[in-house]
Design a protein around this ligand. Structure first.
Ligand code: PLP
Length: 365
């Protein structure tokens, strides 16, 4: 079976082991005589799958009991609305605008209240995490319901290497593209949320981890749709309506794979080694250059380009011939992007590195 080297930003590569296990259980799940696809979400068998999935996520991320875990639908994008609708009780929140999705989250929040842009790196086309000192200063004023960041900027290849200090103000983080790629100190956050389709499972599942007091201390805004109300979802165990049953089951398989293969510390070590290999090449080869400022470089999405769009296109076409897929940059920025999530192994990154070296040598001769 020929599997490509899949560098797609999401939906992204899944561990082969997970796909094989899922295939073996697809028609008859553990002697139930039916597929998980065919199972009622109200059945005892499915509730066991759900409970095991949540328990495994709690173990790998060391999620304290003071946090609620939800498995919802609508992607990170729907959470851009759910966040203000649940938390903007006094009508004002702070946003750090560090990329396209951070900006979308900010713009969505402006529909429901005052969303203050505390810092932005748009002036240099989001090539860095902006200076965060205004965040701490504004947090100290005590007038914000929460402060929102996008921890890893998938399109621009930047990530926070240090979280902003927000004092008593809950920090809300979109971790879609760095979720489960390294340990997270959950207690630093009020809310973390992620679309599953990078490191956690298939598209169509959104994981929301919210500090219980934030949903217990007050109701959502009156205009909040019932589905988006975290307190209601928590009371219903994420089953207010029919959840993405198969997607959640598949997430459980990925969580178990992470646990089996060393947990998040091991994921981080592998991800850093993969990123270092690519960044050292980008720093060493004249033909390619990284687009993110070195101090803000992501360990999940490595963005780079050559001197011209034509050469970029030639590189991408040659990659495909070598079974290297998903390497084109996002349509907003062009160039190249290697998304090196957990399921992308070192052998794939070495194949890409070898091709980059070969491409450069061919240009010189
Ligand atoms: N936030 C980040 C950091 C992302 O990378 C993405 C999608 O790639 C989104 C939000 C949007 O997620 P979704 O498509 O799940 O709504």
């Amino acid at each position: 079976m020929a599997r490509v080297h899949n560098f797609s930003a999401g939906p992204a590569a899944l561990p082969l082991e997970v796909l094989e296990q899922t295939a073996s259980e697809l028609i008859d799940y553990r002697g139930c005589g039916m597929s998980v696809l065919e199972m009622s979400h109200r059945s005892a068998a499915y509730q066991r799958i759900y409970d095991e999935t949540e328990a495994c996520l709690r173990r790998i991320l060391s999620i304290p009991d003071t946090y609620q875990v939800l498995f919802l639908q609508g992607g990170a994008t729907l959470e851009f609305a759910a966040i203000p609708l649940n938390l903007m009780r006094r009508g004002r929140a702070g946003y750090v605008v560090s990329g396209n999705f951070a900006k979308k989250a900010w713009e969505e929040a402006r529909r429901y209240g005052e969303a203050v842009a505390l810092a932005s790196s748009e002036d240099t086309n989001f090539d860095r995490i902006p200076d965060l000192s205004p965040v701490a200063e504004r947090a100290a004023c005590g007038d914000l319901d929460y402060i929102h960041i996008c921890q890893n900027n998938t399109i621009f290849g930047t990530m926070y290497h240090e979280l902003p200090s927000t004092g008593e103000v809950p920090l809300v983080a979109d971790v879609s593209s760095c979720f489960l790629s390294m340990p997270l100190d959950i207690e630093r956050y009020g809310v973390v949320y992620a679309g599953a389709q990078k490191n956690a499972g298939p598209a169509g599942v959104t994981v929301v981890i919210v500090r219980r007091d934030l949903i217990e201390d007050g109701p959502a805004l009156p205009i909040c749709p019932t589905y988006l109300d975290w307190r209601t979802q928590a009371a219903k165990g994420s089953m207010l309506n029919t959840p993405n049953t198969f997607g959640i089951y598949l997430c459980g398989k990925v969580f178990a794979w992470i646990e089996r293969t060393g947990g998040l510390a091991a994921m981080e070590q592998r991800n850093r080694a993969k990123a270092e290999l690519l960044y050292s090449l980008l720093d060493g080869i004249d033909l390619f250059f990284g687009t993110a400022q070195p101090a803000s470089r992501s360990i999940a999405n490595v963005t780079f380009r050559t001197a011209s769009p034509e050469l970029d296109a030639a590189f991408i076409a040659g990659a495909r011939e070598r079974g290297i897929e998903g390497i084109a940059g996002h349509r907003l920025v062009g160039g190249m992007r290697a998304s090196i999530y957990n399921a992308v192994d070192m052998a794939s990154v070495e194949a890409l590195a070898a091709y980059m070296t070969e491409f450069e040598e061919n240009r010189r001769t």
